[in-house]
Design a protein around this ligand. Structure first.
Ligand SMILES: [Zn+2]
Length: 684
């Protein structure tokens, strides 16, 4: 510090500020690179925003913007990497300026109409069509250059392979995954693979997979949010209106992001309507986007250098509330992974009481220094998921246990990509068994009604249950079970009734229950469909011949390897065949017919009818699955609404989409997925 003596105070202050700016830039760019390019999060959004604001303030104060500053470039200074081919964008993508102040929006519109829509939280993909066909799909990348992911995009929902319009068309969309799909895919990932932290990471990783077969097995939907370019003769009702462009895109078969036309008078009420839907939203969102409806006017405003002036992003203000740490719990999963959960004194945030927040992994838990009694700030990310924003006063390090809280066995910290996670090393850890059984009895698997995780745990602890088939032999322990705490004769009889009912099982549900890494409900159905009649016997025969299951649509080499690793593990495989001996295994096809009968409605209600499907789906995983369901029952599906259409299936009956308008004009009934399922007579 000796050279400081030669400096004036002003020079010294400048130097301290410059050093701080340099440090902030490095940290922000490292976080952005990890987030966008490597699909991992080394810093919370909250922390990122805080550091970003600090940097922007320093730049304003000093009048200096250093090279590489994320405030000076759209997106941070990252480049597309991996083995995907790089592709330059014809129309560079800029990111939008943002605000958390809803009262600023009417003024921002400045007397203009705007289109308000979700800001979906996924990976932006730019689709180019020519001659009615998808020509290429490129990720946003840094806005200038992205990666060619055409091979995967053709398999995603919301990406029509052919469109009626034959000219050149460029559309931006967000590749997203529903929360429920995210949880399922994550659950079904091979146990050797790291789990994804949120739907955005998983959608992003899926879009960038090298093997499109793997990508096709994961339900990603691309929601169009911007028509970037179309020839003048495209046939858009009002080509200069962003809202009209959305209608036209929907009519071409794109899945268009939920949006609504607003004026300065209605924008805040519209925003509040979105806000109400937020907790039930199937897709993760990052706020809202407001763009000027008048495209030519919007373009005439130009940009600020970094941000275009025709649009603005709105982010919900995260309400942070102070609380005090009680402890960190380590919750065990069936893979043996121990997840840190911060338990703090109950506080009310956004109308609900919150006392727990996932801390994701050991690295984050350590960085937060969550010693008991530490003062922490808690918030709900996007008004939904409780998170620890920061520790404002730490009493000490986060305690990372060296023994498993479930079995007391040794734990170990695994490091992957700089992120540390904690595992229980005991192969016989009951947590692993409990997890296995919890999956086994679930609705999509053996569907043993009313058998809770707590009961399973109790049976395992008591030694009644070690292997799957043991559940069907519980009568050996009847006398002991009825004396267990909270478990009388009545509960025992109910459990036996549920177990008896579960003995009749579809092959796909049994295969899902087996817990083969990577094989969940949907993959099991695919395999079952492939096996056809007598699926169980056929499955054993194919295993004996060492047949290649990657011949099944949606099953890759990895899953095939998993199947044989499982079949060659004598313990696991004999457990499966022992179990099968207790069951009545039925083919999926016949089971579907039974289902319809159960509910009384004839399965033929669909036969001979023509359906058109538009918008997002809730019950079915994707549109292809619904199409298959209709076709299996003798109905047909058409791409556009005409006088021959019997029903338009659309969960948003009031949507302003072209298909909805046309259906209304032609008097075609618009039914929701629920109406459709009632009509088809299926219970689920
Ligand atoms: Zn353990």
């Amino acid at each position: 510090m000796s050279d400081n003596e030669q400096m004036t105070l002003e020079e010294y202050t400048d130097r301290v500020q410059t050093d701080r700016m340099r440090e902030l830039i490095d940290r922000l760019n490292a976080a952005a690179y990890a987030y966008y390019v490597e699909d991992r999060e080394i810093m919370s959004n909250f922390e990122y925003d805080k550091l970003y604001d600090e940097l922007a303030a320093l730049e304003r104060e000093t009048g200096v913007t250093l090279p590489d500053s994320p405030t000076a470039s759209a997106g941070a200074g990252y480049k597309a990497v991996s083995k995907l081919t790089k592709s330059e964008h014809e129309f560079p993508a800029l990111s939008l300026d943002k605000t958390k102040d809803r009262s600023a929006l009417p003024g921002w519109l400045g007397g203009q109409r705007g289109v308000l829509s979700w800001k979906l939280d996924g990976l932006t993909v730019v689709l180019t069509y020519q001659d009615g066909k998808l020509q290429k799909a490129v990720t946003r990348g840094n806005g200038q250059v992205g990666e060619d992911v055409t091979h995967n995009a053709v398999h995603f929902g919301g990406v029509p392979k052919r469109i009626a319009y034959g000219g050149k068309l460029i559309v931006r969309g967000e590749a997203v995954m529903r929360y429920d799909d995210f949880e399922r895919v994550n659950r079904e990932l091979p146990e050797t693979e790291a789990k994804y932290k949120n739907p955005r990471n998983l959608a992003s990783a899926t879009v960038r997979l090298l093997d499109s077969r793997e990508a096709a097995g994961r339900p990603v939907t691309v929601c169009a949010f911007d028509l970037v370019y179309a020839d003048k003769d495209a046939g858009i009702t009002d080509p200069n209106s962003k809202n009209s462009q959305f209608d036209w895109l929907a009519a071409q078969g794109f899945t268009v992001v939920d949006h609504t036309l607003v004026t300065p008078e209605t924008v805040v009420a519209a925003l509040e309507k979105f806000e109400k839907e937020l907790p039930d939203n199937a897709y993760p969102t990052d706020g809202l986007v407001l763009i000027l409806d008048d495209e030519a006017y919007g373009k005439s405003l130009g940009s600020t250098g970094k941000f275009p002036r025709n649009g603005i992003a709105f982010k919900w203000q995260d309400e942070t509330v102070e609380s005090r740490m009680v402890r960190v719990e380590w919750s065990a999963s069936r893979t043996g992974l121990l997840n840190p959960v911060a338990v703090f004194e109950p506080v009310e945030i956004e109308g609900t009481t919150v006392s727990r927040a996932s801390v994701h992994n050991v690295s984050i838990a350590r960085a937060l220094r969550l010693g008991a009694g530490s003062r922490v700030m808690v918030y709900k990310a996007n008004l939904i998921i409780p998170q620890i924003a920061e520790t404002i006063e730490s009493t000490g390090e986060t305690f990372v246990p060296d023994s498993c809280p479930v079995c007391g066995g040794p734990t170990s910290v695994h490091e992957n990509d700089g992120i540390e996670t904690l595992y229980c090393d005991n192969a016989d850890c009951p947590a692993k068994h409990v997890g296995r059984f919890t999956h086994f009895v679930a609705r999509d698997a053996m569907n043993v009604m009313g058998l809770s995780e707590a009961t399973v745990e109790m049976f395992i602890d008591a030694g009644f249950v070690r292997r799957f088939a043991d559940l069907y032999k519980l009568d050996r322990y009847r006398a002991e079970i009825v004396t267990l705490e909270g478990f009388g004769e009545k509960s025992y009889d109910n459990l036996q009734a549920a177990l008896t009912a579960s003995r009749r099982v579809k092959f796909s549900a049994l295969l899902n229950a087996a817990g083969i890494p990577g094989i969940g409900k949907d993959m099991a159905k695919q395999i079952s469909r492939y096996l056809g009649a007598g699926a169980y016997g056929r499955f054993l025969a194919l295993l004996a011949e060492r047949a290649d299951f990657s011949a099944v649509e949606g099953v890759g080499a990895v899953i095939n390897d998993n199947i044989y690793a499982w079949a060659d593990d004598i313990d696991r495989f004999s457990e499966f065949t022992e179990l099968a001996a207790e069951l009545e295994i039925i083919d999926d096809v016949s089971a579907a017919a039974d289902n319809a009968g159960d509910n009384g409605a004839p399965a033929s209600a669909i036969a001979g009818k023509t359906f058109v499907i538009t918008g997002g789906l809730n019950g079915f995983d994707n549109r292809d699955q619904l199409v298959a369901y209709i076709e299996e029952r003798g109905g047909s599906v058409s791409g556009s609404v005409s006088a021959k259409t019997d029903y338009l299936i659309n969960n948003d009956v009031n949507s302003g989409s072209g298909k909805n308008k046309k259906a209304k004009a032609l008097g075609v009934p618009i039914i929701s997925e629920t109406d459709f399922m009632k009509m088809s007579g299926a219970g689920n």
